[in-house]
Design a protein around this ligand. Sequence first.
Ligand code: G6P
Length: 363
Amino acid sequence: EQAGKGEYDHYMLKEIYEQPTSLAQAIEGRVDSDSGEINLEDFPPGTFDDVDRVQFVACGTSYHAALYGSLALNQAGIQSQALLANEYSVSAPPVDENTLVIAVTQSGETADTLSALRQAQDEGAQTVTVTNVVGSTAARVADESLLIRAGPEIGVAATKTFSSQAVMLTLLGQRISADVSGDPAFDLESVLADLENLPEQFETVLAGSSAAEIAHQYEDSRSYFFIGRGLGFPVALEGALKFKEITYEHAEGFASGELKHGPLALVTPDTPVFAVFTGTEDEKTLKNAEEAQTRGAPVIAVCPDGHPATQVADAHLEIPDADSELAGLLANVQLQLVSYHAAELLDRPIDKPRNLAKSVTVE
Ligand code: G6P
């Protein structure tokens, strides 16, 4: 088994460090910033001409990637929702032949997600799956599939597949938005350039991360909170999920603005708050973080160097320029590393956390 891990102590760490490569694989041949073109194989321009709304269904980490994709589409003016696949059978919004249902699933075998996918199909929706596994059940059931090409992921806690899912949903979102509204979701040229730069930016974060020190600094804490706004919100949720999965410590993610509507009651000097700054109303997130700090909580700002949050925060995890819709993915790498190092300090079985399975094939 050690052979498969190479120089790393755990598959999870190896997979975190593989992200520059897995992201490069995800976009290879699909993005051309010189010509400003996206090549999405089975999804040429016009594929989604008759779509008027989008639903994402997914579980766990894939749900957070789905939320990322859905919020980006909303920001582009496309009606879109991210739904927990396990709730879909009881509370799915109506679908018809103009609804596109996108099942996001790394394994392509999660029973909850397959069940939602089949239900949507039975009700007449168009279906797509975004998956890592060629020939998986989701890929066979959905009308079309888009592969994230992340390579095998062994660690139970998903890491590299999250970033690849989010990148592929960003690309797919550009196509959907262009087909549905006539305009790409974001400035296409800059998205394509940002995507091409992303693997290198991941390298930068991985090479210079102070996550191990931060994990050590706060290792005696009782509870860990993660906040973010806009596309930073799914990153906050994912940061907390990763943390609880592998450290067994209490961790929760919130939309920054929600902190004051309840969770603030839990904030004490023993509850570090990781605040993710992605360039969306950062001044509001900073105010929310300061509200926690006033109650004694240490604030760890995940933001670029020189960002106003660094003046206020107790600690800093640096990311390259946050002024991009992909900034959240860079922040997520730092949070992956914090979780990893915190779990290592606690001597947890990082690759196989108790009670969890890589792929859950029962509902
Ligand atoms: C399990 C795993 C999670 C994963 C979720 C969805 O619960 O432990 O890490 O995010 O399934 O898996 P999928 O293969 O559908 O992305």
